[in-house]
Design a protein around this ligand. Structure first.
Ligand SMILES: [Zn+2]
Length: 287
């Protein structure tokens, strides 16, 4: 008598993945529905796979588990580490700091301050300046933050195009004496190069075109503590010159953190300029 065909057991690889996913799901269930940063760890504890942040850690982690595009990362994940913060600002600051420090495998493009550039108006003419030579936290009249000199010049060309500014007058194109710029011949320059407007008018239009990109100087004489609070936690984030120095619970600890040397930080600026200038959160001046 023939015995009925038996169902093939699931291949070991498939079973392994299912078990791992179940294990991750159990870890996610333990995550609180509160703000913080999470780290996906693989086999090597010194090299995290991915670092992210959320105001609702559990919901964000669940969305990772449901995302088919992240299967490769999830298959390598062995452990999820969670670091609570008191709010969104703290989570953003810590995420940026950890991504820079730990360089996770699956986080896209890491920002590096080394080549950071901006545009400065010098005698009405724009020039590219580098964060390596100019303090972006305290120098007035800087416009835009760019990953490279090339990106800064590209942005200047785009601004010129959008406002019919003259590439010749901006130093982007060499002018032949007595001849207008190439773009004025195709109607892309308002014509300062052929007397169509005064140099003064052109400079005013340039300054106004760049206004939206203006970098805000650090508005305090020294370090501050930005206070953030949620249902179960209160934190002080210590910042100087748009640079995040760390978080703590007391003014005494904050004063100690504020002793750390700091220079302009592009992530800190992008995260903090809005909330600090809008005075959305309580701020304590530390020095
Ligand atoms: Zn022109």
């Amino acid at each position: 008598m023939n015995s009925p065909p038996q169902a093939d057991p699931a291949p070991p690889v498939f079973r392994g993945c299912t078990l791992l996913l179940q294990d991750l799901r159990n870890q996610v269930d333990l995550a609180p529905p509160l703000p913080g940063v999470y780290i996906f760890h693989g086999d090597r504890s010194d090299l995290p796979l991915y670092i992210g942040k959320s105001i609702n850690l559990r919901a964000r982690l669940l969305s990772h588990l449901r995302n088919r595009d992240e299967a490769r990362m999830l298959a390598q994940t062995r452990r999820i580490e969670i670091i609570r913060t008191a709010g969104d600002i703290g989570a953003l600051l810590l995420e940026a700091q950890l991504v820079k420090l730990r360089q996770p495998v699956f986080n896209q493009r890491l920002r590096r301050n080394r080549q950071l550039c901006s545009l400065r108006l010098h005698d009405g003419k724009p020039e590219v300046v580098a964060a390596a030579h100019v303090d972006f936290a305290t120098t007035p009249d800087l416009y835009g933050l760019f990953a490279s000199r090339h990106a800064a010049l590209e942005a200047l060309r785009d601004t010129a195009d959008a406002h019919h500014l003259c590439w010749g007058a901006l130093g982007l194109e060499r002018l032949t004496r007595g001849r207008p710029c190439f773009r004025s011949m195709i109607g892309r320059c308002a014509g300062v190069c052929r007397g169509g407007e005064s140099i003064n008018q052109h400079q005013k239009r340039l300054a106004s075109a760049l206004t939206a990109m203006r970098i805000t100087c650090w508005p305090y004489p020294g370090a501050i503590a930005l206070v953030e609070q949620c249902v179960d936690m209160r934190q002080m984030h210590v910042i100087r010159n748009w640079c995040y120095l760390g978080s703590c619970r007391t003014v005494r600890q904050a004063a100690k953190l504020s002793q750390v040397a700091s220079g302009f930080d592009v992530d800190g600026y992008k995260i903090l300029a809005g909330p600090i200038m809008a005075r959305e959160t309580a701020i304590i001046q530390l020095s």
